[in-house]
Design a protein around this ligand. Structure first.
Ligand code: FES
Ligand code: FES
Length: 201
C-alpha cells in the first residue's frame, strides 16, 4: 500500500508500531510504548456479552464488556470511525448515528442495548462510493470547516430528510438541535439541508 493511501487511523497505527519498536530497542523509552493494538486497552473476554449489529450494511458479531457504549464499540471494536467521540456525554452530537431509522447519540447507548439493530453512520449513507445527496450538498455549500462535527450533522440531516423529505428550515434546525459545530458552520449546514429538501421530488 502506498503511503498516500493510508487512512489517518492506519497512519497512527503504523506510527505507534514504529514508536513501540524504538522503545524495545531503548529500554529508557519503554514507558512510552503504546498499548497492544489487537484489542482496546483493558479489554478482556471475561464477562463480555455477544452483540450483533448490522453496521453500514454489513453484519457484525463481536463481544463487548457490558459497560461499552455503542460509540466505543463502533470505533474501537469494529473500526467504524465516522461517528466521532467529542464530549462523550450526550451534548455535542458528533457521535450521531442512525439506529433503526432514528438518529441517536452513540455515546449515550450501551452496545448491548443496541443488539440486533441496524446502524448507519455517515459512511453508510454513501451508495457504492458515491456521495448521498445530503453529503454532496455539504460539499457544494461548504458546510464544514474542520469537519469534526460533520458526520454527526450529516446523519442528523439525512435522518430528518428521510422522515420528512421536504422539511422546512425550521424543521431542519429542530432536527439538528442536538448537534454543535464549534467552527460555526451552522448557516452553511442549513443551506445544504434546505437545498436537498427543495430538490426533493
Ligand atoms: S460525543 Fe456523543 S454527544 Fe458528544
Ligand atoms: S466544522 Fe469544525 S466543529 Fe463543525
Amino acid at each position: 500500500m502506498d503511503n498516500k493511501d493510508l487512512s489517518r487511523r492506519q497512519f497512527l497505527k503504523k506510527s505507534g508500531a514504529a514508536v513501540a519498536a524504538t522503545a524495545v530497542a531503548n529500554p529508557l523509552l519503554a514507558c512510552a510504548a503504546p498499548a497492544k493494538e489487537a484489542e482496546p486497552q483493558g479489554f478482556t473476554e471475561q464477562g463480555t456479552i455477544d452483540v450483533s449489529l448490522r453496521v453500514d450494511g454489513v453484519e457484525k458479531k463481536f463481544k463487548v464488556q457490558p459497560r461499552t457504549t455503542l460509540l466505543d464499540a463502533l470505533r474501537d471494536r469494529l473500526d467504524v470511525t465516522a461517528a466521532k467521540r467529542v464530549c462523550d456525554r450526550g451534548t455535542c452530537g458528533a457521535c450521531t448515528v442512525i439506529k433503526d431509522g432514528k438518529p441517536i447519540y452513540g455515546c449515550m447507548m450501551l452496545a448491548v442495548d443496541a443488539n440486533g439493530s441496524t446502524i448507519t453512520t455517515a459512511t453508510g449513507l454513501m451508495d457504492n462510493g458515491k456521495l448521498s445527496d445530503v453529503q454532496q450538498a455539504f460539499v457544494d455549500h461548504d458546510g464544514l470547516m474542520c469537519g469534526f462535527c460533520t458526520p454527526g450533522f450529516v446523519t442528523s440531516v439525512a435522518a430528518a430528510l428521510k422522515a420528512n423529505p421536504k422539511a422546512s428550515l425550521d424543521e431542519i434546525k429542530e432536527a439538528c438541535r442536538g448537534n454543535i459545530c464549534r467552527c460555526g458552520t451552522f448557516n452553511r449546514v442549513f443551506e445544504a439541508a434546505v437545498a436537498v429538501a427543495k430538490g426533493a421530488k
